[in-house]
Write a protein of this length. Structure first.
Length: 107
């Protein structure tokens, strides 16, 4: 009787990370730019609508203007962070729940 070993199976290749395009603001669902990613050009009152149900924990501003990130939905309450053009940010304490490009009347 011959003993046979199970056929070796190759592990699936890791899924390539979705790119963060120029002139987009990208937000990831986990720290260190991992997990689900959403890309914005105009902002969002509640990032849960774009699949970031726990909020965004990492951000990369690939636009030419600063963006305001809020810790609560609807651009109000809680703290905020201003992310300058080209800046990357990763947080460990609070997730971002809403974001929009900065202007004089909103931030």
């Amino acid at each position: 009787m011959l003993a046979t070993s199970p056929a070796a199976s190759a592990a699936p290749a890791p899924k390539a990370a979705e790119p963060c395009y120029v002139e987009h603001f990208c937000l990831w669902g986990r720290g260190q730019f991992e997990g689900p990613m959403a890309s914005y050009t105009k902002g969002s009152r509640n990032v849960a609508g774009q699949g970031l149900t726990r909020g965004g924990w990492s951000a990369w501003n690939r636009t030419s203007e600063a963006w305001c990130l809020r810790y609560k939905p609807g651009y109000t309450g809680g703290g905020k962070e201003v992310v300058k053009p080209g800046q990357k940010l990763s947080t460990t304490f609070y997730a971002f729940k809403s974001l929009l490009p900065r202007s004089d009347w909103r931030c």
